[in-house]
Ligand binder design. Structure first.
Ligand SMILES: [Zn+2]
Length: 79
């Protein structure tokens, strides 16, 4: 049996609990950012009118539905 003073026992339990929360939070944040990045990859922003639209990845040149300009496929990057 491990002998430990009560303050150290409380500190160790609290440390393990907070480390678990931090690890879970980092995992969820990583998954959320990957999902968000994948979702935004399909969207394109027109450089002329700044309109954001969902482009088709098969074409290299896309027509902006707002102003009709031909744009290269340029995915929107998250901040
Ligand atoms: Zn446009």
């Amino acid at each position: 049996m491990i002998r430990m003073p009560l303050p150290w026992l409380v500190f160790t339990a609290l440390f393990i609990f907070l480390a678990g929360i931090l690890f879970t939070w980092l995992c969820y944040e990583t998954i959320r950012r990957r999902r968000e990045s994948r979702k935004l990859h399909a969207w394109t922003q027109c450089p002329l009118c700044a309109f954001q639209y969902k482009g088709t990845s098969s074409k290299n040149l896309q027509t902006c539905p707002q102003c009709g300009a031909k744009n290269e496929s340029r995915p929107i990057h998250p901040i």
